[in-house]
Design a protein around this ligand. Structure first.
Ligand code: BES
Ligand code: MG
Ligand code: ZN
Length: 505
């Protein structure tokens, strides 16, 4: 458990026993800005004692000090950078140190950011976000030790106070704090959805959790069941769901933060709650990873929740087609033909290429909404992992202006994206024999691009659209991102999508 608090005064108003102090190295000298004379003296003593700056970068804890009212001082070395990503990463260093040393009450001294509240607001936002993201845990199914009560003990909570000079622009600092908190909380919420196993996270549960989380946020949630999905001619989503005993859902989230006349930005996410491959069944090794096949959907849910809670002045819509992909008696068979909502027909040569089948209906529906832009996120292809591995999300669009917009948004959010090719050759490979399209490519290679070209067939011409293949980034395989140190769902693209949405205000 963690709680981050904002304290806008020079004076420490907490009973915190630990102070976190940022130290910079300037002209080979340690430098701490805005601290009291005693603390400045404490830091120059470190230098005299031969402490190396490299050690401070990992965070160095000094216990039982007399230099200030704080018993413990955690010294963290930082460079001159003031960008958000730097502070998200510093937050990870701080949290890990506090946790290792079981320092439950602490205060972070935020210093030397100039008179502008903008920088301080950004730093507070990034620290808050970084701390909360680092602290995320998923322990729902670990049995507690016998003596452990259901409620966490008070001392198990890390209370971290951000101490900001009260003379700085307080509105910007407060906004930064709230933004960081909202983003991290929604990302952690969808990580929790992603980490749930397939037996717990069915389409019905995903839809119910969305409706529950949306309460009071200003989001309108509409949920379609199996009959409605069929009636609405979503032949792909309906077809894929036939192999499973659990019912599919189509989740619609609407947020109105701008004038009614303003075209909405639409986010679409693949909500495949477990992908066995269906009749074209997957090999058993690693199949458990397919609990994460709903992360595109979960992350779109998070995006809409964040947009609503941040009260962005945009109109935004989130669409999540959700089903299992199972080899039940009524399952799609190779060669079956399905009809999408926009009337296009598709031959299913491989039932494991199901993501595009459920997305085709959602993208057709999105196109009907006359949107300003459509962005989709999906754990769509294993080929994406081969191409870019686990750190970059590949994105596909033919709209060059959008490429720049996306890269700028991802930079601001601290997420890594990379543009991937999509052209008419890729589409050529997706033509069907007896139907308009086939769900797998007729030639080898570029599997992520051919999948993207398939999806493009369901986006009305002239609507700016980009597809994000998060197959390699939807869950963490290790500690690639310092502030997401655990294995498990990452919530990737929530923060980028929220940044993107700001372009449609
Ligand atoms: N959900 C998978 C893609 C995937 C694979 C995501 C590995 C994350 C890690 C998707 O439904 C799938 O099975 N795609 C097939 C498509 C193929 C049959 C054309 C794939 O990539 O193998
Ligand atoms: Mg599949
Ligand atoms: Zn899948």
């Amino acid at each position: 458990m963690i709680q981050v608090h904002l304290s806008q005064s020079k004076k420490v108003t907490t009973k915190s026993s630990t102070l976190v102090l940022f130290v910079q190295e300037k002209n080979k000298k340690f430098n701490v800005m805005g601290a009291s004379r005693e603390l400045a003296g404490f830091v120059s003593n470190l230098e005299a004692d031969g402490v190396q700056f490299a050690d401070l970068k990992k965070g160095l804890l000094f216990r039982n000090n007399t230099a200030s009212e704080f018993k413990n001082i955690l010294v963290v070395g930082r460079g001159p950078e003031k960008d958000k990503e730097t502070f998200r990463r510093l937050a990870a260093t701080i949290y890990q140190s506090l946790k290792t040393n079981k320092l439950f009450e602490s205060a972070i001294h935020i210093e030397g950011l100039g008179a502008s509240g903008k920088t301080a607001g950004d730093v507070v936002e990034a620290l808050t976000e970084g701390l909360l993201l680092t602290a995320y845990e998923f322990k729902d199914y670990k049995t507690k030790p016998k003596d452990d009560k259901a409620t966490p003990k008070k001392e198990d909570t890390f209370n971290i106070h951000l101490l900001v000079d009260g003379s700085l622009n307080s509105a910007q600092v407060k906004k930064g704090f709230e933004t960081g908190e909202t983003l991290a909380e929604t990302v952690n919420f969808v990580r929790r959805l992603g980490d749930q196993p397939g037996n717990m996270m069915t389409p019905e549960v995903l839809a119910d959790e969305t409706a529950k989380a949306a309460k009071g946020s200003g989001l309108k949630v509409t949920i379609w069941n199996k009959e409605k999905i069929k009636k609405e001619r979503m032949g792909g989503l309906y077809g894929v769901s036939l192999g499973s005993d659990v019912d599919p859902r189509f989740i619609i989230m609407e947020y109105n933060g701008a004038a009614k006349s303003k075209a909405p930005v639409v986010f679409v996410g693949k909500g495949l709650t477990f992908d066995s491959g269906g009749i074209s069944i997957k090999p058993s090794g690693g199949m458990e990873e397919m609990i994460y096949d709903m992360c595109g959907g979960a992350n779109v849910i998070g995006t809409l929740l964040a947009i609503a809670r941040l009260k962005l002045k945009v109109n935004a819509i989130g669409l999540v087609p959700s089903t299992e992909n199972m080899p039940g008696p009524l399952a799609n068979k190779p060669g079956d033909i399905l009809t999408a909502r926009n009337g296009k027909t598709v031959e299913v040569y491989n039932t494991d290429a199901e993501g595009r089948l459920i997305l085709m209906d959602a993208l057709s529906y999105a196109s009907e909404l006359k949107p300003a832009a459509i962005f989709d996120a999906a754990t769509l292809t294993g080929a994406m992992v081969v191409a870019l591995g686990n750190s970059y999300t590949g994105f596909f669009t033919r709209n060059q202006k959008l490429v720049k917009t996306i890269q700028t948004a991802a930079d601001a959010a601290g997420e890594w994206v990379w543009p991937m090719p999509i052209n008419d050759h890729h589409l050529e490979d997706m033509k069907g024999l007896h139907a308009d399209l086939c769900n797998i490519s007729s030639s080898k290679g570029a599997g992520s691009s051919t999948a993207a070209a398939f999806l493009e067939q369901f986006v009305e011409k002239d609507i700016p659209w980009a597809h994000f293949d998060i197959a390699g980034t939807a869950w963490h395989v290790g500690n690639r991102v310092p502030y997401c140190p655990r294995k498990g769902a990452s919530g990737v693209m929530v923060r980028t999508f929220v940044e993107l949405a700001k372009n449609y205000a």
